[in-house]
Design a protein around this ligand. Structure first.
Ligand code: CA
Length: 525
């Protein structure tokens, strides 16, 4: 077992890595890049976005990035699931183009294709990645990497296996602190200081199963978190889609998710079955207390779920603060672009759910805060529709590297600088695609278009369900208005827009071939 003594193991690890001496002022003109990605971090769990959890569970260090730069209000995912979204970030392309369109089915990311860190490295940057990679192929285009190296590449919260540039080792400690520590160690001791850097810091948290650090086990004890307005959504008008989901707080959180203690004397197999009960299958009822009513049980599960989720978020926020503090102490902050993102959106009880995947707002919307003192004014609020595929071209643009024409995304640099022409000419609609079914959580494959006011979705795998939402009148997407005649012409326009956007991103699959992609999935319930 490998132990890194520069990391305090029992504290929350906020100490600075080394001395506070300021490094020689970096004279390089090109900016450094710190790209921070967390896994499954919802906008509703970042206080800069406001919302019902902001006062009880603030995230001051993540907020500070947006306060010193821009808060993206409509950063949308093009495929709301981990590996595919990460591939979109790296390639600047849609899933059907980069090929890593679902996590399941034995698919791996083709690492020979163009990625922005490869281009940065070829153009004089030193590059690294730390934490969750989850692409099922080796990271390429990095001078150094330390990634979660267990078989699923999901990572574990405690004592993780890390892959150090191809060599795997167990490391004692808490993943969120460890991963930030490896990044700081690279910044301090390993990077080529003659070059600008691009560092990707990818936390495993706050992904399931939400295991808090020791110091935060009792954070929020005695606190009652508020219930989202749509917590008791009955899925009327969406019976064939959202109504068939298997990611409800009420019925699809396992005993392991909610940290139950198994009975003594179970075999290992029995114990695993007991702990995973309730997590994904149908009719897996369990309760910690048979006296709880149906509604009380749902609320009990929600409170346990959201508290652990926000506890692990607290550690992420701490470590973001730790790394930003290091940059400031070393005189690197002013010339560093810092991006904080989640890899997609996530449900914290909205519509009664946890998890992601859907084109509905909570899972479509990614948190994204960007600071760059030399290029972004403080407290900028960007409401235009940005996409995960915009990140690669944007960072290349800041670095002065030519953006490949094959990238679907657009550089946000001028928009972030406040250029009114760039803002006026920015995209007004975006295309979405999702393929993975039935695992996990029984979400029908779908595609659709999201405009500034309207959204049209087509669920097609073994249903033929269209859904249309007027986000101005119905921001919570409770009323499917597809058959409302007042929207007929708008819906026809959006269908044309889908075809236009599909051509633009190279997705011209017919429904039969679209279903075939999902059918690569090897396991069934
Ligand atoms: Ca994720």
């Amino acid at each position: 077992m490998k132990v890194f003594h520069f990391l305090p193991l029992l504290s929350c690890g906020l100490a600075t890595l080394t001395s506070c001496s300021v490094e020689k002022k970096q004279v390089l003109e090109r900016p450094n890049i710190l790209f921070i990605l967390s896994d499954d971090h919802a906008k509703s769990a970042i206080s800069a976005y406001g919302g019902i959890n902001a006062a009880l569970a603030p995230t001051p260090n993540i907020d500070a990035i947006g306060q010193d730069g821009a808060i993206m209000q409509n950063m949308l995912c093009t495929n709301s699931i981990s590996g595919p979204s990460r591939a979109c970030l790296l390639t600047g392309k849609y899933s059907t183009e980069h090929g890593y369109y679902q996590n399941e089915g034995g698919i791996a990311f083709d690492n020979t294709q163009e990625q922005y860190q490869k281009l940065l490295k070829e153009n004089g940057y030193t590059t690294s990645v730390f934490g969750k990679w989850h692409m099922m192929s080796e990271p390429k285009g990095f001078d150094y990497y330390v990634i979660h190296g267990n078989n699923s590449q999901q990572g574990t919260y405690w004592n993780p296996v890390y892959d150090f540039n191809g060599k795997k080792e167990h490391v004692e400690g808490y993943a969120t602190r460890l991963t930030a520590g490896f990044a700081l160690d690279w910044l301090e001791k390993k990077r080529d200081t003659a070059k600008p850097f691009c560092l990707m810091l990818h936390f495993k948290a706050p992904h399931r199963p939400w295991r808090p650090d020791t110091c935060y086990q009792h954070l929020f004890d005695g606190v009652q978190f508020p219930y989202p307005a749509t917590f008791n959504d009955d899925y009327a008008g969406r019976e064939k889609t959202l109504g068939e989901n298997m990611a409800t707080v009420e019925n699809h959180l396992s005993r392991n998710d909610l940290k139950q203690t198994p009975p003594a004397n179970l075999s290992k197999e029995e114990r695993n079955k007991w702990m995973s009960w309730g997590g994904s299958g149908k009719n897996q009822f369990w309760t910690p207390d048979s006296t709880l009513s149906k509604n009380e049980l749902k609320q009990w599960k929600f409170q346990h779920y959201i508290k652990d989720y926000l506890r692990v978020v607290r550690s992420v926020d701490d470590q973001v603060g730790r790394v930003v503090k290091y940059l400031k102490e070393k005189g690197l902050y002013e010339n560093t672009i810092i991006v904080y993102m989640g890899d997609q959106g996530f449900y914290l009880g909205e519509h009664g759910l946890y998890d992601k995947r859907w084109m509905y707002e909570e899972s479509l919307q990614m948190p994204c805060l960007i600071s760059y003192p030399k290029g972004i004014k403080k407290e900028a609020t960007i409401k235009k529709i940005a996409l995960n595929v915009d990140i690669a071209p944007t960072l290349l643009d800041y670095a002065g590297v030519q953006i490949p024409s094959a990238m679907h995304g657009k550089s946000m640099k001028n928009m972030l600088a406040g250029d009114t022409t760039a803002i006026k000419n920015w995209r007004k609609s975006a295309y979405y695609q999702y393929f993975e079914y039935p695992k996990w959580h029984n979400v029908q494959p779908h595609y659709g278009v999201r405009g500034e006011r309207y959204k049209l979705i087509h669920f097609y795998y073994n249903v033929d369900q269209w859904e249309f939402y007027d986000l101005q009148k119905d921001p919570n997407e409770l009323m499917n208005q597809y058959k409302n005649p007042i929207y007929t012409s708008t819906i026809e326009e959006l269908k044309d827009e889908i075809i236009r956007l599909q051509k633009e991103c190279g997705d011209t699959l017919n429904l039969k071939d679209r279903r075939k992609l999902t059918d690569k999935f090897m396991f069934k319930y």
